[in-house]
Ligand binder design. Structure first.
Ligand code: CTP
Ligand code: MG
Length: 181
């Protein structure tokens, strides 16, 4: 695969893991998952992790994966790039894993004494991608290793932070987010 092809496949295969966090930003609000509970005087997760945001984010991600599967034949023909099909389990674990990774990062941030919204550079940009791939590896290992060749993995880990920074700055500028990260 050439560089452009790798970029297209990376974006395609990661889209079900990219969209949930953004959907959660738009849908977030309501009851926090930790119910306001604390551990050692700090919130377990904080008000930034809500049931509604997590549920909507995961469902939107599943919907995106489904849509990409439907569009695949058209995309392959139009782009001339062999983008992968998502198996049912990956349609669920990519978005769910992304939401879980974001939540684990919030847990870690609270333990480090950083309040809701505080940045944790590096972690904020990659937590969801790592977690989405790890969770998917558990349920669809053969699919994952067949799709994610080393070059693709490298492109994913370069592309993901760039997209994360760009979308979050845009979300901030348009008033959807309190902080630009
Ligand atoms: N959000 C949500 N549920 C999630 C993830 C995000 O409701 N599982 C919503 C919240 O409204 C949150 C916003 O999306 O404030 C931005 O997400 P994020 O940057 O992950 O949360 P922060 O508020 O920055 O909190 P944290 O410091 O814990 O990351
Ligand atoms: Mg944040």
């Amino acid at each position: 695969m050439g560089p452009l092809e790798l970029l297209i496949v990376a974006f395609w295969v990661m889209l079900p893991a990219y969209v949930p966090n953004n959907a959660a930003v738009l849908a977030g609000g309501g009851a926090p998952i930790d119910g306001g509970r604390t551990w050692k005087d700090r919130r377990i997760l904080g008000d930034g992790k809500t049931w509604r945001g997590t549920l909507v984010g995961t469902l939107v991600g599943i919907g995106i994966a489904y849509l990409l599967n439907v569009l695949r034949p058209t995309a392959v023909e139009a782009l001339g790039v062999s983008v992968p099909t998502f198996p049912l389990v990956a349609m669920i674990t990519l978005p769910l894993g992304a939401m879980l990774g974001d939540m684990i990062a919030s847990f870690v941030k609270r333990r480090l004494g950083r309040n809701r919204g505080a940045p944790l550079p590096g972690v904020d940009q990659l937590d969801f991608a790592v977690s989405a791939l790890v969770l998917t590896a558990i349920v669809a290992f053969e699919w994952l290793v067949a799709v994610f060749t080393l070059p693709l993995l490298i492109v994913v880990f370069v592309l993901t932070p760039i997209l994360h920074v760009v979308t979050n700055v845009l979300a901030y500028l348009f008033g959807f987010k309190h902080e630009p990260w």
